[in-house]
Design a protein around this ligand. Sequence first.
Ligand code: IMP
Ligand code: MG
Length: 172
Amino acid sequence: MTELLPFMTKEDIDKKVSALARRISADYENRDLVIIGVLKGSFIFLSDLVRRLTIPVQIDFVGASSYGSGVSSSGSIRLTKEIGVDVKGKDVLLVDDIIDTGLTLAYLVDHIKSFGPKSVRICIFLDKKERRKTALMIDYTCQVVESGFLVGYGLDYAENYRNLPEIYQLKL
Ligand code: IMP
Ligand code: MG
């Protein structure tokens, strides 16, 4: 039977997202910031984060798919939605729910750089270390996680649990 073990409360999430929003607002003051969320997992974190920013920002989404419907990476990444705003000469912040191997984000950073932005940084809600296969620098994160499979707050298991307001560790 699938079991959900509490991992992060709503209060903890709120506190960490607010602190991160303050940092990003300070770092990008008087810049031309475009936030690009990675679909679908980033949608809840991104919507909480951008509502706490105190600076002007443009928002877009990019679609990438690396996993099938399970918990292990398929290794190959597919672009499922292209960006729609012009990022040339702008500061881009790529936002995702979680980084695992890093293959998805490494691919997306390269892809976005091909449009000539001024800078590209990475903002990840959960930084999962155990299976990292790339040397990507994570500029902003709310929580480091050693291992395990997390669901809720946008994170899914076979498209389930994204709507849970808290984060849980999945026990299969
Ligand atoms: P990566 O390319 O291995 O870094 O995989 C990144 C993507 O895999 C994330 O955007 C998630 O969609 C998914 N993923 C990785 N770990 C988890 C997890 O613990 N829970 C839910 N999704 C995960
Ligand atoms: Mg995802």
